[in-house]
Design a protein around this ligand. Structure first.
Ligand code: NCD
Length: 318
């Protein structure tokens, strides 16, 4: 099937492990068009007028929730946010019943973030609106993975053949997993590094190089993606102290100098500045961290558009 024939209409966006390169390519190409809208003075287009989107977030979020909300609004859809701490979930309503309630209101898309791995897939099997996974536990965060691919492609021109290092808490990171599946499919050379206790060794069988020394992964890297230490997902301390972590695994200027001169620095946010990333790295000229946020909006606009309208001929004129 050629890219021109790929359609995501009606498809749930659950993860990148199950997404084809052509589907990812369609989203990235559409996101490029969408990014032009964000730069306009008047951003609203009528493309999704009459469609409704519910953001159902069972976990905290700044970037992802806000960008999904703005993405829907820029495209003219009605967007409602359900923050579960202020919903009937606190009265004990189950995930299925919450989903059925939202479905009964006739929504077209449910964007969901939930702490349980597999919750997005469960939602897709439970209700009929399109489900877009905005993060399910440590499993996947497909829109983050795609915005990272968009950022790499925009800055480096391509992804195939690049050496990409992912540093930090790989074990608990849905961002790492979605990045890894996409990068491998797109032909990048992927290394991960972090404390042994935070490294899933089974990644090796997928062709990922796994290091317990950050320096080994950074050597000659074209891209470094630095991950947040996911303290909320750690039942027991899997590394000694934060000071120790910063000293041994933190990405600072010295360590970064092992990478290529034009290395691209990324972080999905929120950052623990001074822990996994030094401030002068976060705000360096090589850092694309702010651009990632903007690209996240473009990618989410593309996804909302594609799952509702299909095809790749975008009608974005106001
Ligand atoms: C990530 C998340 O929530 O998975 N953040 C995000 O979506 N920008 C990463 C993180 O929380 O560390």
């Amino acid at each position: 099937m050629t890219k021109g024939q790929v359609s995501l209409r009606g498809k749930d966006i659950l993860g990148l492990q199950g997404m084809t390169v052509d589907e990812m390519g369609l989203i990235l190409d559409s996101a490029k068009e969408m990014k032009n809208i964000i730069d306009r003075d008047i951003k609203k287009v009528p493309t999704l007028r009459g469609k409704s989107i519910v953001n159902l977030f069972f976990e905290p979020s700044t970037r992802t929730r806000t960008s999904f909300e703005l993405a829907g609004k820029y495209l003219g859809a009605d967007v409602v946010n359900v923050t579960t701490s202020a919903s009937s979930v606190v009265k004990g309503e189950s995930l299925r019943d919450t989903l059925l309630t939202v479905e009964a209101m006739g929504v077209d898309i449910i964007v969901m973030r939930h702490e349980a791995e597999g919750s997005a897939e469960f939602a897709a099997s439970a209700v009929s609106p399109v489900i877009v996974n905005a993060g399910d536990g440590a499993h996947e965060h497909p829109t983050q993975g795609l915005l990272d691919m968009f950022t790499i492609r925009e800055k480096k021109g391509n992804i195939s053949g690049l050496k990409v290092a992912i540093i930090g808490d790989i074990l608990h990171s849905r961002v790492a997993r979605s990045n890894i599946w996409a990068l491998l499919k797109m032909g990048a050379d992927v290394s991960v590094a972090g404390p042994r206790t935070l490294l899933p060794r089974d990644l090796e069988k997928h062709g990922v190089k796994v290091y317990d020394r950050v320096e080994a992964a950074l050597e000659g890297a074209d891209v470094v993606n630095i991950l947040r230490i996911q303290r909320e997902r750690q039942q027991k301390g899997l590394f000694p102290t934060t000071r120790e972590y910063a000293r041994i695994f933190g990405v600072n200027k010295d360590r970064l100098s092992l990478a290529k001169d034009d290395v691209l620095v990324m972080h999905p946010g929120p950052m623990n500045r001074g822990l996994e990333i030094a401030p002068d790295v976060a705000y360096s000229a090589q850092s694309a961290i702010q651009e990632q946020v903007k690209n996240g909006l473009a990618v989410r606009m593309a996804i909302l558009f594609l799952v509702l309208m299909g095809g790749n001929d975008i009608e974005v004129s106001a």
